[in-house]
Design a protein around this ligand. Structure first.
Ligand code: NAD
Ligand code: UDP
Length: 311
């Protein structure tokens, strides 16, 4: 198949491009390089089935493709809050442009949605049926509400125009090719510890997240795209739940050195807890994550060591 990956030069997108090429597909990687980089896909450039296109997804795009993975959107809070209006445009206009293209081509289109649609959840763990608890006017809203609106658009195009959609709600995912200055917690802690700096825990560190290693997530997304039992929404993530203090301690134990934990103010609307209910993914695709946090953190540490030129 010929497959378009928007945001293909980003962290998750670059892994998806790689896996699709391994599967024998042709890949069009579209990116405006806001948080992604050519470096993430440099190793794919020599492949004649790979094409890199600089384009902003808020503008319409034409290509003949069979599948669209729509991942274009900054994902880390400092990056999506840098230009919040642009973030909403990317989610909403990007969704409209991908859906318009899919409608015209009768292509299947997958939206990378997020656990942020559940906001600061009052149901725990979060099943797909939970409607969420989201502040519509806060600092995180540009991302959360942009992604919620994109989901609405996907389901309206599906109902009104019979567009073949897939909507996946991704929970915190980490691994090689995260940007060292991405600002998300796993990359922050590892890079800080490797540089011998103190680890910045926001708030009291007792808030929880459930971290999925990138290989598990990419496997799940690709299975979801090709199955025909459900269009979603479908949760993908690792249900093992940790506090940020536990994560900081794990990183310190693995890296050693003299770094300490220091406390910084909790950003507004930071969710207290988050853990996916993945029963639907298990039932539909027999999918569940295989890589433990400890293994995944070790692999990610190895990546950042090389990236920062520390070995
Ligand atoms: P990332 O920031 O590494 O990747 C996003 C990519 O989109 C980057 O390459 C960026 O340059 C590109 N992009 C941003 N705005 C664009 C625009 N207007 N036009 C074209 N390209 C644009 O982040 P990621 O972690 O790889 O996330 C990929 C997708 O998955 C995002 O949609 C994100 O919301 C979603 N997601 C990720 C996670 C996670 O934990 N990694 C969790 C939930 C959802
Ligand atoms: N966090 C932290 N230190 C950091 C970066 C983040 O303690 O240096 C916290 C953040 O407040 C949140 C959790 O880690 O509670 C996950 O943050 P991240 O930005 O990775 O993802 P999200 O909040 O979008 O789930």
């Amino acid at each position: 198949m010929r497959i378009l990956v928007t945001g293909g030069a980003g962290f998750l997108g670059s892994h998806i491009c790689e896996r699709l090429l391994e599967g024998g597909h042709e890949v069009l990687c579209l990116d405006n390089f806001f948080t992604g980089a050519k470096e993430n896909v440099m190793h794919l450039m020599g492949n004649p089935r790979f094409e890199l296109i600089r384009h902003d997804i808020i503008d319409p795009f034409k290509a003949e493709v069979d599948r669209i993975y729509n991942l274009a959107c900054p994902a880390s809070p400092p990056h999506y809050q840098y230009n919040p209006i642009k973030t909403i445009k990317t989610s909403v206009l990007g969704a409209i442009n991908c859906l318009g293209l899919a409608k015209r081509l009768r292509a299947r289109v997958l939206q990378a949605s997020t656990s942020e649609v559940y906001g600061d959840p009052q149901v725990h763990p979060q099943p797909e049926s939970y409607w969420g608890n989201v502040n519509p006017i806060g600092k995180r809203s540009c991302y959360d509400e942009g992604k919620r609106c994109a989901e609405t658009l996907f389901f309206d195009y599906h109902r009104e125009n019979r567009v073949d959609i897939r909507v996946v709600r991704i929970f915190n995912t980490y691994g090689p090719r995260m940007h060292p200055n991405d600002g998300r917690v796993v990359s922050n802690f590892i890079v800080q510890a490797l540089k011998g700096e103190d680890l910045t825990v926001y708030g009291d560190g007792r808030q929880t997240r459930s971290f999925c290693y990138v290989d598990d997530l990419v496997e799940g997304i690709m299975l979801f795209m090709e199955q025909t039992e459900t269009v979603g929404p479908l949760n993908l993530g690792n249900p093992a739940e940790f506090t940020m203090l536990e994560l900081a301690e794990l990183v310190l134990r693995k890296i050693g050195g003299r770094s300490k934990i220091i406390y910084r103010p909790l950003p507004p609307d930071d969710p207290r807890q988050r853990r996916p209910d993945i029963s639907l993914a298990k039932k539909v695709m027999g999918w569940e994550p295989k890589v433990t946090l400890e293994e995944g953190i070790e692999r990610t540490i190895d990546y950042f060591r090389r990236k920062l030129g520390l070995n």
